[in-house]
Write a protein that binds this ligand. Structure first.
Ligand code: SF4
Length: 50
């Protein structure tokens, strides 16, 4: 199963983005701070600019 089937994404400037979905084979999400407590403190490391 690829991320396309399970990951909804709105980052339309990403190379893997199409039709409001992620088309990467898999994605990696990491914390931007030592201990993330909100979603805004996380980020998609797989993002690649178009
Ligand atoms: S790699 Fe990350 S930012 Fe890019 S489309 Fe997938 S989920 Fe969105």
């Amino acid at each position: 199963m690829s991320a396309e089937n399970v990951v909804k994404c709105s980052v339309n400037t990403c190379n893997y983005w199409k039709d409001m979905k992620c088309h990467a084979p898999s994605i990696e999400i990491n914390s931007k701070v030592m201990s993330a407590k909100t979603s805004s403190e996380t980020e998609c490391t797989t993002f690649r600019p178009k």
